[in-house]
Design a protein around this ligand. Sequence first.
Ligand code: 7RM
Length: 631
Amino acid sequence: MNKINSLKEYKEEYRKSIDNPEAFWSKKAESFTWKKKWEKVLNWEFETPQVEWFIGGQLNITENCLDRHLDTKGEHIAIIWEPNDPNEDTVRITYKELHKRVCSFANVLKRNGGKKGDRICLYMPMTPELAIATLACARIGAIHSVVFAGFSARSLEDRINDATCNIIVTADGGYRGAKTIELKHIVDKALETCPSIEKSIVLKRTGGKVTMKSGRDVWLHEELEHVNDICPAETMESEDALFVLYTSGSTGKPKGVVHTCGGYMVYAEYSFRNVFQYKDGDVYWCTADIGWITGHTYIVYGPLLSGATTVMFEGVPTYPDSGRFWEICDKHQVNLFYTAPTAIRALQACGKEFVNPYKLTSLRVLGSVGEPINEEAWHWYNDEIGKGKCPIVDTWWQTETGGIMISPLAGITKLKPSYATLPLPGVQPCLVDSDGHEIEGNDVQGNLCIKFPWPSMIRTTYGDHERCKQVYFSTYPGKYFTGDGCRRDEDGYYRITGRVDDVINVSGHRFGTAEIEAAIDEHENVVETAVVGYPHDIKGQGIYAYAICHNVPTDMEAFVVEVNKTVVEIIGPIAKPDKIQIVMGLPKTRSGKIMRRILRKVAEGEVTNLGDTSTLLDPSVVADIIKGAGL
Ligand code: 7RM
């Protein structure tokens, strides 16, 4: 079904998808269960913007993930859950059981006031219940907003309020490596200022002590005693929202990227099947957290739509030791493995002794996502993990694109390390120069845009359509702008070179520099900060903060601890700066804009070639900064 089998077929499919996108996607969509067929395939313009796919069609994505497979695959394993602690039992859930558990959970949501169109926040550890809760929302037509369980109470609060969620699903706590995270405490703190929340449904995971607020908080296991496992799937329009997922941009607070039911479903399945060359019976493991888009599309929806067995892992790559990933690959005979360059680099640095004990013979395809993969990591992944026999799919995409956009098709596309290679059928990338002119031909470099809609593209930013227009569609009118720089080589292959805006990518996690600056600024001794990214061996990019203080701290170590604490409270541990430098002034232009270019150079250790500094208000600050950096 919808599977490309050779380079020749890829080229044919690609051609068809460009010549007649509507006919192309219509054909792909036909293989799903629709409650009512669409009347028109596509409506679009990139100015407002307005994009609609499969207009008039009605469906429920969970019928396609679950019900549709019951006759042929009821006893097939849908989810293999691997707990944080290797001594705890693995859980295997068949499609039949998953269907029942999703229906029961959906009934719990309904019992607690959840209904079509509501926004429901999920703030949970990587347990099967997170996948089940996600699908349960979709079952009743509620819009899920999954918030990564590493975010702070403040971040959680912002996201709940932005989407005015009425229900939150959480857990008493979660395990991550040797740590226990007290999720319910964090939720309690966030909910002090979340007036829209009426109910909080709590999974018992750790058994840690929690306080339950009467009338608001209920235990999931108790609620499940009051419901049955039958829940008809709500009828959704193709363009009804399926979920909102918050992501950082160069300015302001994170925005809620909205994806819709029909197009997202078609593209999640099509891209999963083709990029990984999924075959019936394959065991597939994506190591992401469901709190990120990679988890949404390639742990939950893509694999389940395809009837695959998807592995969910609760823990971290280094617990109890750095062989954990490879132990799990052998244990569950994983065929398709998908992870991030930051994990590859971290495990590479731990040495071969953590890989050698494992056979890794079940592996057939390796994937990479989240940031550029450097050649060294690529070769290690290829040689030590893939044993030179597994194609590596370097998949480029974004929260906003919903699915993989530029990537090799495993075993089909000829690979080139550090290149995401070619666009998937239906994807029309282009490079533009700073004036917005399209750069034609090969062996060129520019800003990466997409000039034609694809089914799983962002529809709006929640509650603020103008922002969606501003951020993605106004830089280069008529095109979707990705924020990434990109090279197209002599073979027409694409290589993503990194962000060209004020977004930094730390271990595959996106942060706006402004967002981190705002957090650091909350420290009482901080007057002003400027944050930039710099090359980091493991994380890809590290966070470098320049801070002006009221009183120059006498104890720098204590100051760093305090600043970190502030950032952890406001954003979360993943946004802690790697380096903090106290400065007397920041390099500002006469109009008051910080010249980040200079700060980036210094953070990289570069002191010459700082470029034109003549527009600076006070050029002497640069020498101070260089000196302060110890360069
Ligand atoms: C899936 C995801 C998106 C940003 C994107 C890029 C970077 C992602 C690659 C990559 C080079 C890749 N969504 N990025 N994949 N850069 N090669 N294969 O990561 O919204 O969290 O981040 O990540 O800069 O714009 S995301």
